[in-house]
Design a protein around this ligand. Structure first.
Ligand code: MN
Length: 374
């Protein structure tokens, strides 16, 4: 049997004092913490560029009714949040070390470049992807990264997808759900899926606020917009639109990643299938009027990966593991918006078979995002 670093440390732990174990080097050179069992690759970890922050800092008050700008007003008003979003060289690494997190798969924070016009969005995506590639070059064992693109211009987005994956060697792609009130099932976005499937990279669909006027309904009175509820509604809608429109029949190899334990989809599978199969003919159909080749749940099981971002509940993880299996679930924290130590402990203590937790903690991410194994 092959003895890996972890097994070696477990086997030798009886010979080592607790302090000696704590000082033993970890996978990426950081201190190995006592009680740390699994290598952790966190897959939904946000960063911001100075250009992004500057845009919102200089935004005119008149556009501050926009939900994205509203969200950024919150970021800019929080010194800690903004500092942690902009930093990749200092505080982030020490928080990762403190929590025993080996790697962040970085992505430009929501709404990415999708709130800008096509020219600005395209330029900012290129800039952000170049910066991300430089960051990974400086810290190759600590970071991987998902490339941004601007769906506002599908043809140029397709070119940037190819450049980011094949030239910059970034590890996957990210889109912050809808763009100008349109979702990626719209046929105008087909060049984007053609480019993505040509690279073989996975597309992470990350939340943003719902388009107006839905955002207004969520913001009224109780403020259900943003991450408490609105984000998963928006992203769940996006995933369901892709499935029911037949995108996965046209692109059977397309891999989509959803955060937050699948944005509600795993919980709804029975009812989604039942409605699709039993509703009167013609109610649920793609734009072309086609019926799906498979049941909706089968696309969720075969074309989707989910991550644990911001959802540190073992019973929910056990449920998702029971319906999706161990190969389609990946660890995530949602740094800097949620707590690294708590998320790491949640994964390290997951009450599931060890070989399955090994996959969820790092191995699935290494495969999906083509990350070198430690
Ligand atoms: Mn997030």
């Amino acid at each position: 049997m092959k003895i890996n670093r972890r097994k070696f440390l477990e086997n030798s732990s009886a010979l080592l004092s607790a302090s000696a174990l704590a000082a033993a080097p970890g996978a990426a050179g950081q201190p190995q913490k006592p009680g740390r069992k699994y290598r952790l690759v966190a897959t939904e970890e946000a960063f911001a560029t100075q250009e992004q922050a500057n845009f919102f800092r200089n935004a005119k008050v008149s556009i501050w009714n926009d939900p994205d700008v509203d969200l950024w007003r919150h970021f800019l008003g929080s010194e800690v949040l903004l500092r942690r979003l902009l930093d990749v060289d200092h505080e982030r690494l020490s928080i990762m070390d403190q929590a025993g997190v080996d790697m962040h798969v970085l992505s430009l924070t929501s709404p990415g470049v999708q709130c800008f016009d096509a020219d600005a969005g395209t330029a900012l995506a290129t800039l952000a992807n170049d910066q991300l590639a430089e960051t990974i070059k400086r810290h190759p064992t600590r970071y991987a990264g998902l490339a941004s693109f601007a769906p506002q211009d599908p043809a140029r987005a397709a070119k940037e997808i190819d450049r980011a994956i094949n030239k910059l060697k970034l590890n996957g792609l990210i889109v912050n759900s809808s763009t100008n009130n349109e979702y990626l099932d719209n046929p105008k976005f087909r060049p984007i899926f053609e480019a993505i499937t040509a690279t073989g990279a996975a597309l992470y669909i990350h939340p943003r606020n719902l388009p107006e006027p839905a955002a207004e309904i969520l913001k009224a009175d109780v403020n259900l917009w943003s991450a408490i509820w609105g984000f998963q509604v928006e992203t769940g809608i996006h995933a369901m639109r892709l499935i029911l429109s037949g995108v996965f029949d046209d692109f059977p190899k397309l891999k989509v990643v959803l955060g937050h334990m699948g944005e509600g989809l795993p919980y709804w599978l029975y009812r989604i299938d039942w409605m699709y199969v039993n509703a009167p003919a013609g109610i649920y159909k793609s734009l072309s009027g086609r019926r799906l080749k498979r049941k909706p749940s089968e696309y969720v099981q075969d074309n989707f990966y989910i991550t644990t971002s911001g959802m540190n509940t073992h019973s929910v993880l056990q449920y998702c593991h029971s319906v999706l299996g161990p190969d389609n679930i990946m660890f995530a924290i949602d740094y800097p918006y949620q707590e690294s130590v708590e998320a790491a402990q949640f994964m390290q203590t997951a009450p599931l078979p060890e070989q399955d937790v090994e996959k969820m903690a790092h191995a699935n991410a290494e495969k999906v995002f083509r990350i070198a194994t430690a």
